[in-house]
Design a protein around this ligand. Structure first.
Ligand code: ADP
Ligand code: MG
Length: 442
């Protein structure tokens, strides 16, 4: 199938061939016609498979046929969890809509609001926004939603988790009830999926690969190592393998700053990106990394979602994320659009629970490599995809902890499933407290 067969106009096709796209990806093949029909969509497709064009192209096609936006009004709202992703989507909208007479604006927090208010004065056919700043602008009456036709939640499961759901509900409250809703993500937990369904109207559900899977083009392995040894091991791996462009994920902002300093001490140029940095510093860090001016970008999970760094070869999890879906997103920064990539996780004994959760989510055990000179004193126990009964101490009869560790096993059909779902929520909550402050800054 070609883009020509999908009902897109010549001006859009021209922009696509300029981008070098020859044929639509699987998610695009399914999503584009469904969006053009005016249907609500809930789409799950692997990281790096072109979801952005999957919603943007049909939106451009729909908008080009209607009336231009009036003052302060927006016709399409695309909401994303991070500022960097908002900026990136805006760039895609501009590129795909290059030959069309449509206007688009991006707004996010951390930068002055007045220029955004000014820009919104004339309205926009497409507004890309992070939730916090969008609500601010709406409260200041800088933007109005009376003519809103389409709402997109990119990284939809993140937008609906505890960190963002309140803002999203407030935004939706102000939107016309007659509208088209498009929800896209690479991961959907069962809870979020249920919640998502309450926001859409008779949606077309698209799932082009099994939910929560990682791209086959990403080679994944883990290095069992003692916690203290991690910075040295990372420097060793970078030098030894001559990794020239590495995105490293750290669970905490402090950890990211500390690791950056440790790498610099080892003659490895590194810069950190996280929620405590000014927006100027964040933008500069990402741009420098994309241009290969710095070898390592040390990031918190603000860089886990959606960012498309051309031909990024290497992702490292300096520590494992608490929420297993985040692993899928983190490593999805490499191996995009069919390219190859490598994702390495440094795992210490205290992270066995996170490791098990991740392995169950992606449905496979990760290959282990112990690096000479970094053999751990504290073993990382072998994991298993089976519901975990064996890890209990012999004779330990208390079943409570087992329930907790087992909650991720989606294939488990026994009736504790509900409770396990509850466990999942609790964990989502923990994570969400972290994202919440992030969302406020947006
Ligand atoms: P996702 O949102 O699914 O993670 P993106 O929309 O960010 O993926 O796209 C990933 C990369 O693939 C981008 O660099 C984009 O330019 C490229 N891409 C998207 N669609 C196509 C296509 N049909 N052919 C070639 N490259 C594409
Ligand atoms: Mg995306």
């Amino acid at each position: 199938m070609k883009f020509e067969d999908l009902g897109l106009s010549d001006d859009i096709l021209k922009a696509l061939s300029r981008k070098g796209y020859t044929k639509p990806s699987p998610i695009q093949k399914e999503a584009i016609p469904a969006v053009l029909k005016g249907r609500d969509i809930m789409a799950a497709a692997q990281t790096g498979t072109g979801k952005t064009a999957g919603f943007t192209l049909p939106i451009l096609e729909i908008l080009r046929k209607g009336q231009p936006a009036k003052a302060k009004q927006v016709r399409t709202l695309i909401v994303t969890p991070t500022r960097e992703l908002a900026a990136q989507i805006q760039e895609s909208v501009e590129a795909y809509g290059k030959h069309l007479d449509l206007t688009s604006i991006v707004v996010f927090g951390g930068v002055k609001i007045n220029p955004q208010i000014k820009r919104l004065h004339r309205g926009a056919d497409i507004l890309v926004a992070t939730p916090g700043r969008l609500l601010d602008l709406h409260q200041q009456k800088a933007v109005k939603f009376d003519d809103l036709e389409i709402l997109v939640l990119d990284e939809a499961d993140r937008m609906l988790d505890m960190g963002f759901i309140h803002d999203i509900r407030k935004i939706i409250y102000h939107l016309p009830s007659q509208r088209q809703n498009l929800l896209f993500s690479a991961t959907f937990s069962n809870e979020i999926r249920k919640l998502a369904k309450s926001l859409v109207n008779d949606p077309v559900e698209i799932s082009v690969s099994t939910r929560n899977t990682t791209a086959d083009t990403v080679k994944q392995w883990i290095c069992p190592v003692d916690k203290k040894q991690k910075p040295e091991l990372l420097a060793h791996l970078i030098h030894d393998n001559q990794w020239e462009q590495v995105l490293v994920f750290s669970r905490t902002k402090h950890g990211a700053d500390r690791l950056t300093r440790q790498l610099e001490k080892n003659q490895i140029t590194a810069v950190a990106i996280h929620g405590n940095k000014s927006q100027g510093a964040r933008t500069k860090a990402l741009a420098g990394f994309k241009k290969n001016n710095v070898r390592v970008l040390v990031a918190t999970d603000i860089a886990a979602r959606g960012l498309d760094i051309n031909q990024l070869p290497q992702v490292v999890n300096f520590d494992l994320p608490n929420v297993p879906e985040d692993y899928v997103h983190r490593i999805g920064r490499t191996g995009r659009a069919g390219q190859v990539g490598q994702a390495v996780s440094l795992v210490s004994a205290d992270e066995i629970k996170q490791l098990r959760d991740i392995e169950r989510l992606i449905g496979r055990l990760l290959e282990r490599k112990i690096i000479d000179g970094f053999e751990p004193d504290h073993d990382v126990p072998e994991s298993s995809l089976q519901p975990q009964k064996t890890a209990r101490k012999p004779g330990g009869g208390n079943s409570q902890p087992n329930k907790k560790t087992n909650y991720r096993n989606r294939n488990n059909t026994n009736k504790n499933n509900k409770k396990r779902g509850g466990g999942q929520n609790t964990q989502g909550k923990k994570k969400a407290t972290g994202t919440k402050s992030g969302s406020r800054q947006n």
